[in-house]
Design a protein around this ligand. Structure first.
Ligand code: MLT
Length: 259
């Protein structure tokens, strides 16, 4: 993979916190968290290739390539210690950063994610959707993902959140979405990494998350030395957007622990 420079929002001062967005969103999903913690931390928020303001990669990327690009963005800024917050696909990339960062990893918040790879059928469906997105644009991804990303409480009571998610997705390029779908379909099993984690780790899941329910967060935390987990009420898969107050408290507690 040729080096490619990601667009990275880099704001605030203090210990570095890296936010990795989920699929099919972009760094814009973290606006509220950025505003809240830039008074106490240096916040780094990349858009992955083909998402938001980052260009797609010239060749098909893997999840490992995404991790390399994110690491290059940290290295270019001289970041030596970092807490990583990854939601769903962002979590898949966070797992691949564990060995790359080693001792530089200060803490980890794994939101609505899972360490295991796709099933064969799951991977096949991603390839089908990737081809559809290439042919028709981002709308098929909205149709397919939106009902799974947000919980029933959000659909019932938070229409502004539903609209914001649509708007964020429309800020991405079809080529970026298609490439990320194929990258996720081929991602490796990160389960063996869990027992090797040595930093404070918090696993979070929305109680209404249909994609990665709280049992997934609990099972993941149980394999991590000292790993903790919480379920966030009235939230689906996008906990930071659906329940920002509860998400903010969880993140602040993790950052307090790291010091
Ligand atoms: C995400 O939110 O990043 C996606 O749900 C991840 C996935 O499709 O596996």
């Amino acid at each position: 993979m040729k080096p490619l420079s990601l667009h990275v929002r880099d704001e605030g001062n203090g210990p570095a916190v890296l936010f990795l967005h989920g699929f099919p969103l972009n760094g814009g999903m973290w606006d509220r968290q950025i505003a809240e913690i830039r008074t106490r931390a240096r916040v780094l928020v990349p858009d992955l290739p083909g998402f938001g303001r980052s260009v797609p990669t010239p060749e098909p990327p893997t999840i490992e390539d995404f991790a390399d690009l994110v690491l290059a963005a940290l290295d270019a800024r001289g970041i030596d210690r970092v807490t990583v917050v990854g939601l769903s696909m962002g979590g898949y990339i966070a797992f691949r950063l564990v060995e790359r960062l080693g001792e530089r990893l200060a803490g980890l918040l794994l939101a609505d994610t899972r360490p295991n790879p796709d099933t064969e059928e799951g991977a096949r469906l991603r390839h089908v959707l990737a081809a559809k997105v290439e042919a028709q644009g981002v709308e098929p991804a909205i149709e397919e993902f939106l009902p799974k990303l947000l919980g029933p409480t959000t659909f019932r009571t938070r229409s502004a959140v539903v609209e914001r998610v649509r708007e964020i997705i429309r800020g991405n390029q079809p080529a970026g979405l298609a490439a990320a779908l194929r990258a996720m379909a081929g991602r490796p099993d990160s389960t063996p990494l869990l027992s090797r984690l040595r930093c404070p780790v918090l696993c979070v899941a929305g109680e209404e998350d249909a994609l990665t329910p709280p049992e997934v967060a609990r099972a993941m935390a149980e394999q991590i030395p000292g790993g903790r987990w919480i379920a966030i009420p009235s939230a689906g898969h996008l906990t930071n957007l659906e329940a920002p107050e509860a998400f903010g408290i969880a993140l602040a507690e993790l950052l307090d622990l790291i010091g």
